[in-house]
Design a protein around this ligand. Structure first.
Ligand SMILES: Cc1cc2nc3c(=O)[nH]c(=O)nc-3n(C[C@H](O)[C@H](O)[C@H](O)COP(=O)(O)OP(=O)(O)OC[C@H]3O[C@@H](n4cnc5c(N)ncnc54)[C@H](O)[C@@H]3O)c2cc1C
Length: 468
């Protein structure tokens, strides 16, 4: 029997609700697909990836008949419930990129930077206010063994033309004050903070303005071939089309072959009430950087426009058989743990309360970056699995999926990251077993000063891992 969890006092008034969407500004619901229709391109899933597919398809070819079929509301998946760290990296960080694609990392970094510029440029061109704020990033060490990682991170960042700075404890505390900080690494470029929901709604607005047809409440239950075309079926009707892109990320893909490459991992988040000017002064945070600590299990945190703190991460959770369900958004043990860690980090904020708590599914692959695929006839492509860095990368993911389905050979499709799929996850029960052994090994690594045990070393040799 599960023991009831004692709720941290800061959480007693919190709502189980995504802060970003808890506003009257949410757009009207698009109509369900209720009559049969035709399209040139159908996109399954209305998160960032699906919406970027629609936008870029219509920018490439105005007048193309593009339909997006979304099971719930656009953004209801990860896209309107994330932390809002919009990163240029397409490889879940430089270190991971170097590990997997040492020969392509220069190209991948350049493509990632151009992609982030493309996100910003699109928002500006269409007048979308998603609170896009290029704040850069602050990574902190809270254990002595993490300091070497900051030095290594700085060396790598500098090799790729960033202007990173390693800070001693007193210097980092002048920037953002926590007694737990032993050092920090500031990388001022290539990371922006966004309001995730406003970004998603903005992308939906752009796609509709360019001529896309969006149906919400329209879950695709079947994707099949019919003559020369394809038919997608929802509860009430169907769409016949020439090409399909599947952008369902963590959710069960309508394409069976895609399913083994990614699994859903739940990540949980807290949002505080707005900080008073006195509370802000007690922590500093002048640069408003997106922050993260550098354990294997890490927290990420940032400010909102009205100076709340979003605090999330640490306890990524996989549920048996890749289950995704709204009931999993609430995880008292994780939310309590996060609250404890928050006040250990910022004891000067004792008394501050959390107004919102939530969770959501991140799709991870064994190499922590997106995977793409294309069906044998070249008219069905899929993409997903960005792990915890999908806000920026989803635009690139969509671009590549369009290249694939439109039969374009580009610098992007030639990348081995695109050509070669990640090592797949095994089926259940091995999948759950593997994840739980790996999670325990990661916890041990953090406890043992960063030393990898035999299991993680073995996975490392095969280029396989588990992260959020
Ligand atoms: C708590 C949390 C924090 C995160 N923090 C960050 C962060 O700070 N920075 C970052 O870069 N990334 C972050 N991420 C990851 C990021 O949010 C995702 O990588 C990104 O949103 C993926 O977008 P997507 O469109 O591919 O997937 P989703 O947004 O999940 O969209 C998939 C859509 O497909 C729909 N769908 C599923 N099945 C069907 C079907 N059969 N028919 C029709 N529609 C279907 C779903 O309803 C959903 O809307 C975070 C994720 C979570 C959950």
């Amino acid at each position: 029997m599960n023991r009831p969890v004692r709720v941290h006092p800061s959480l007693t008034e919190s709502r189980l609700s995504v802060y970003w969407t808890d506003t009257a500004a949410s757009p009207h619901q698009a109509p369900r697909l209720s009559t049969s229709a035709d399209a040139d391109l159908v996109i399954v899933g209305g998160g960032y990836t699906g919406l970027w597919c629609a936008i870029q398809a219509l920018e490439d070819e105005p007048g193309r008949r593009v339909t997006v079929l979304e099971a719930d509301s656009c953004g209801d998946g990860a896209s309107s419930r994330n932390g809002g760290f919009c990163h240029a990296s397409l490889t879940h960080g430089l270190e991971n990129g170097l590990r997997h694609w040492p020969n392509e990392i220069e190209t991948l970094t350049a493509l990632g930077r151009a992609n982030l510029d493309g996100v910003e440029e699109t928002l500006v061109r269409h007048g979308i206010d998603a609170s896009f704020e290029r704040t850069g990033e602050l990574v902190v060490a809270t254990e002595p063994w993490q300091l070497a990682g900051l030095e290594r991170g700085s060396e790598i960042a500098d090799r790729f033309g960033y202007t990173s700075t390693v800070l001693h404890s007193a210097e980092v505390r002048r920037l953002l004050d926590s007694p737990t900080y032993l050092g920090g690494l500031v990388v001022p470029e290539d990371v922006a903070m966004v309001d995730p929901a406003r970004l998603c709604w903005g992308l939906r607005h752009i796609a509709e303005n360019l001529g896309a047809t969006i149906h919400e409440g329209s879950r695709v239950s079947r994707l099949e071939r019919s003559g020369k075309g394809l038919v997608l079926t929802t509860a009430e009707a169907s769409v016949r089309c020439d090409k399909v892109i599947v952008a369902t990320n963590a959710y069960r893909s309508p394409v069976r072959r895609a399913r083994k490459y990614s699994i859903p991992v739940y990540d949980h988040v807290l949002m505080t009430e707005p900080l008073s000017s006195g509370q802000m002064a007690s922590i500093g945070w002048q640069g408003r950087q997106g922050c993260g600590d550098s354990g294997q299990q890490f927290h990420y945190y940032r400010l909102t426009d009205d100076n709340r703190i979003l605090w999330g991460g640490y306890d990524a959770t996989y549920h048996w058989s890749s289950r995704i369900d709204p009931s999993l958004d609430d995880r008292p043990e994780t939310h309590n743990k996060l609250a404890h860690h928050f006040f250990e980090t910022f004891p000067q904020l004792e008394g501050l309360t959390f107004t919102h708590r939530w969770g959501g599914p991140i799709a991870t692959t064994t190499r922590f970056t997106a995977a793409w695929g294309i069906g044998s006839r070249g008219d069905v492509a899929w993409v997903g699995g960005y792990t915890g860095l999908g806000i920026g990368a989803s635009r690139f993911g969509a671009r590549v999926a369009l290249d694939l389905v439109d039969g374009r050979d580009t610098e992007r499709t030639a990348l081995s990251m695109v050509q070669k799929p990640p090592i797949p996850f095994p089926p259940e029960p091995l999948r759950s077993f593997g994840v739980s052994v790996t999670k325990r090994a990661i916890q041990r690594q953090d406890r043992r000063g960063g030393r990898q045990g035999a299991w993680l070393s073995l996975l490392n040799r095969f280029g396989v891992g588990f992260s959020s």
